[in-house]
Design a protein around this ligand. Sequence first.
Ligand SMILES: O=P(O)(O)OC[C@H]1O[C@H](O)[C@H](O)[C@@H](O)[C@@H]1O
Length: 537
Amino acid sequence: MTTLAQLHTQLTHAAENIKKSQIMALFDSQPNRASEFTLSAAGLTLDFAKQAIDQSILNDLIEVSKLKQLKKQRDAQFSGELVNTTEQRAVLHTALRDTTQLAKNLPKVAQEIESTKARLLDFVSRFEQNKITGATEKAITDVISIGIGGSFFGPKMLEAALVDSHVNDINVHYLANIDGQQIKHTLAKLNAETTLIVVASKSWTTAETQLNMQAVMDWFKKTMSDTAIAKQWIALTAKPELAKQAGFSDEMIFPLWDFIGGRYSVWSTIALPLALKIGKANFEALLEGAANLDQHFLTAPESQNLPIIAAIIGYWQQQYLGENNLLVLPYGHALKTLPAYLQQLDMESNGKSVNLAGESIELSGPILWGAEGTNCQHSFMQLLHQGKQSAMIDFILPRIGESSYQQHHKAMIANCLGQSQALLQGKSLAQAESELAAQGLSKEEVNALAPHKVMPGNKGSNTLLIDDLSPRSLGALLAFYEHKVFVQGVLFGINSYDQWGVELGKQLGNQVLDAMASQNYEQLDPSTAHLLKTLTN
Ligand SMILES: O=P(O)(O)OC[C@H]1O[C@H](O)[C@H](O)[C@@H](O)[C@@H]1O
């Protein structure tokens, strides 16, 4: 059997060779490459034919994943083992989509998940039937959702992405940042009598959320009685006892659990504001779409498995081709905040420096960024085409566009494919020269201008087609990225489910607040002390 060390040597040689060659040449040596390097499942199609990779490299990478016990770790996670070893927690967001597998090992946990989901869906149904009103019996027109990080990104991103699936006529206002200006403008247009307030906080200790909750509570109490809190305030939290102490009524507290990571919580009660907007049936379809992708992840062989193949391609690019940026470019305005959602998912999961044993590692997750196409073509894509740096790229393209604007969708497709083509093919000096000569430029003019028009090309990318922007397809899309992040975590040998790095900033933020209150800056470093003096003078 080949060892990891032997595979590493093989892959290192393969990388040296592939760096010297052209991706376009790979299409000559593999005549059916375009179809062979396209995989479909659960409403998603991944085309990786434009990547600098061949079948033998893929086979070696699959072997690496096997030697790193990917399947064993996957099954451990799905069955509820404590795979988040630094926090001694299970990782069970997949069970929020479908409890079948978990029910075999942990039937009580599965049952609790099901009964909580039933409570959530029942609340949404009653809302849709106008049975949820304010304390003064007036109809609810607005929801304020207070929460940050995983208690914010998912619902907010999906509300925009599912714009065609909004069935309930309510406005959801998200308060995540601690920004007084945002609170002022949000509250100014709202009537407390017709507003539900949702506090989404798994830990119930997040400073931003607590401060915003207090501000909204002060506003609410100006016009509403204390008893109205029990009717109009909803808590989504893994700490129901703390919500109860804060005055929330039992029936308005919807739990989640420590086995649901914040960045994986969009499938949980944390999605209540989204579910109110898209309705019960659409929320269930979102979960089903994710469950479909879970089934694919659990059952498809490695070579046909979308998240596994996407993960090992990314690993190959980072480990052997030296990339460290992942650019996510969704072609569609509805998906404009998908990169921000994926930033938390990927970077908070895989931004680590030590492996599971606590030993220092060379490689962990990529820097993820992106923006909607075609807008990005008019800003940072220039650097990708002609700059010295490069990046891993996922183009995301819905197959179906708005039916009343078909020409727009054709143009969207053309732009997306045009970009990946341009990155791949580039433009040689000879091409640039002949183009300019054909425009009638003199030889001197051609020589002066042509080098500026050269594009190196030979830059690979993935194209991920999504059937449509339905809840089902989007559920599958998010689950695809979740599993990709998981597989990469296995390849890096890290714990993808803790986030200790977030803690220090929180602690120091509190220290600065204390220093501001006491005006004693001695404990602070000279730069911070100086900045504070400048700010407070
Ligand atoms: O839901 P909460 O407990 O308020 O946490 C909100 C966020 O807090 C921190 O930033 C964590 O790193 C995130 O993973 C989490 O989503």
